[in-house]
Design a protein around this ligand. Sequence first.
Ligand code: KE4
Length: 428
Amino acid sequence: MRNFSASKKLFQRALHLIPGGVNSPVRAFRAVGGNPLFIERAKGSKIYDVDGNSYIDYVLSWGPMILGHAHPAVVKALKNAVMKGTSYGAPTALEIELAELVLKVYPSMDKVRMVNSGTEATMSAIRAARGFTGRDKIIKFEGCYHGHADGLLVKAGSGAATFGLPDSPGVPKSYARNTLTLPYNDITALKSMIEKEWRSIACVIIEPVVGNIGCVLPKQGFLETLRKLTKKHGIVLIFDEVMTGFRVSFGGAQAYYGIKPDMTCLGKVIGGGLPVGAYGGKKEIMSMISPEGPVYQAGTLSGNPLAMTAGIETIRELSKQGIYSQLEKKSEMLEKGLIDAAKRAGATTRFYRAGSMFCTYFTATDVVDYKTAKTADAEKFSRFFSQMLDKGVNLAPSQFEAGFISLAHSEKDIDLTVKAAFEALKNI
Ligand code: KE4
C-alpha cells in the first residue's frame, strides 16, 4: 500500500482555506473516495506526488498535456518568454502567431478570439450567437459540460422538450429558462425541438464527442442532421472542442467527422498547460465582437504572452510529420490491452475511444448518451480507480470523465497499465 501521508496533511490544511480543499471540484476525489493526491512535479507520462510516489498519468491536466508533461521545447520557450515579462495588457505578435496556427488547422473559423478558459470561450461564443441572431434560447445536450457559465449549468426540465431547470443554486430560473436540453444522439427529439422552437433559438452548443460523461461517440448521422437542421433555420452551430480539439484529431472532431460548425470553442491543448481558451467562427459572426462590433467580451490576461508561447510551441510540435499516427498507435495499443484485460479478468466493461481520449465504463449497456452512461457502476469504478492508483496508474477520479494519452506514453507504460488493469479487474 502506498504512503499518502504528505498529501493527506496538505489536504487537511487546504480544507481550511479553499472550498473543498481544491480549486476545481473534480480534483477532490469525491467521486472515488479517499484524499486527493497533491502533486509535486511531472515529466513526460509521469506525475509525482508529494509523498514521492510516481504514476503513469492519464489525466494529463484534463487534456492539455498531449505532448507529455514539461516537454523540453515548451519549457525552453517559456524560460525565454518569462525573461521578457509576464503580461503587458497590450497586443503582441505571439497572439497573431497562435491565431494563425489555429485558423490554419480549423478552416471553419475565419477569426478567433483568445480568452483564459473553456468557460469563457463557450460563454462568449453563445453571447456572439445571440447577438448575431437576435434570438435568446440555446440548445445543449444532457451530459455535455461546457464550463460553469450560469446558462450552461442547466439540466433537462421534466420532459426533455420543456425549458431547462437550474443545475446549481445561484442560477436564476430566468437564466435556465433560455436553455433547452435534449438527450445526446436523439435525432427525433432534436428534429421536433428545432422544428417547434427554431424562431427563438440562437444556437446549439455540443461536444461533438462527449468527454464529460466519460467518452460518448456521436451516432451515425447525428452530427450531420444537427448541421442540416441548424443551417436550415439560421441557428448557429457551436462545436465545443475545448476537449476534442487537437485531441480527437489534429483538426479536432470537426475534421474527424467532416462537419463544418459555424463557431468553435477551443481550450486545454491550445494553452499547452497554461490558461488559454479560444472561440471563433465565420467572419459575419465574429465581426459582432467588440471592438469591431457591439457584443462585449474582454479579459485582462487574454492572449497572455506566456500562455501564447506554450500554445504555439505545443501546436508546432503537434504539426510535425507522423505525430498523430504515433498517438493513434499508442491509443490503439491501450484500447486493445484494456479490452483484453477485462475479458481475461471476466469483468463486464464497455470501452470507447475517439483519437487519444477514452473511457472504460463498468456496464453491460452500450453507452450512447447520459442515461446509458449512468448505468455504469460508479462504485465498481471507484474500487478499480483506487487499485490502479496503488499500482501507480493515475486515472481520472470519476467514472464520468475521459482519460487521455500523450506522445510521452511509452509501450512500457501501456504494458504496465494493462497488467495493472488485469490485476485490478480480477479483484473488483
Ligand atoms: P475550463 O473553464 O475548465 O477551462 O473549460 C470548461 C470546459 C468546456 N468545454 C468542455 C468540453 C470541457 O471539457 C471543459 C472542462 N473540462 C473539465 C473536465 N471534465 C475540466 C476539469 C475541471 O473542471 O477541473
